[in-house]
Design a protein around this ligand. Sequence first.
Ligand SMILES: [Zn+2]
Length: 416
Amino acid sequence: MPLSITTARHTSFAALTVFAFLGAKAFTQTQPITIRAASAFDGTGRSIPSPAIVVRDGKIVSVGPSAALGAGRAATYDLRGLTILPGLIDTHVHLDTHFGADGRPTSRGETPAQSIMYEAENAYITLAAGFTTVQSIGSPLDVDVRAAIARGVIPGPRLLTSIRPINENTGTPDEIKAFVRKLKADGADLVKLFASKSSREGGAQTMTDEQIRAACGDAKAVGLRSWVHAHSPSSVRAAALAGCTTVTHGSQVTDAELTLMADRHVSFEPNIGLVSQNYLQNRDRYYGIGNFDDQGFKFTEDGIPLKLAMFKRALKTSGLTLLMGTDAGAGAHGRSAEEIIYRVQVAGQPAADALRDTTSLNARSLELSEIVGTIAPGLEADLIAVDGDPLKDITALRRVVFVMKHGVVYKNLSKP
Ligand SMILES: [Zn+2]
């Protein structure tokens, strides 16, 4: 068993490990795998009724009508009644964060081995929830977990990481540039900036405009994307003007910043449906740590309707790229789909748009469009199946029945 499975909630995942290893064995052969289902959503907006998908050597070979397989031929996986989607993508998780032995999210007193096992557990439950690619923003632990997942020895999503963040104390613009170069050398996939305070402290800008320009400018120079934590209008403006790749949070933005981001082709990743709700659901576990005090929780609670209103304005901003990232931390891992469900059920985003954001658009934002995010020949066979049609009932995303990554089946709860 690759993970210590200690709670009832995780017991069902024990069985999944078996599939992972059987799948890995099957994959070393080059026999094609065939999948039939009730329908498929291809990631770009197209629905395919009764699809047949052929997979070989970890890649999608063909996608077409079921009849193309031949009526009498049985599929390797007959997922009748289920809808297939590209593996989901979350552009913002904190895979290292967890509730430890004392029930608190601090890692106090943990050995490094214990900490990394918690991260492996989070990787596992994230994959089982249908997320086959995530961007962790980010922890030094991610580097070894990313390598272990890539080796195929532990189950988890394709993992990208920013390793260590940049903030106002990282130093002068020259010191920030040196920091970015070191991140690149250490294998970072992107850089993360804290350009404003936490929303629990009011969200005011912390890094200077010059520091933000140095970080995002140098990231671009060495081929790294930049993700900027920014709540206040001034911090969002500074990030957009500095040519940073993506602004995350943006809880206090006005129409002017939304339009500026659209004009400057800066993506926006609001987090409206999971992170704040999770803090409130786990208030006792977080309470008393840093800014998780009465005032901080009041900011969190008051922020939920404000963020909802902000997101509705963002939806109406023409040309704005809206990524699907959750900011999932301890207590929220494995529940990233709640962000999508909230967008559709509460904020009124059309389901097809929310699903496209989570798949093909997110893949593009990670510069992985040629690899994942769409069901198309030549792309990685990262495919999931959910019970129901998420275009009609978005809560189907809570019922992930089948998970394949690189042609390996990690979960299959479908009826034989
Ligand atoms: Zn975050």
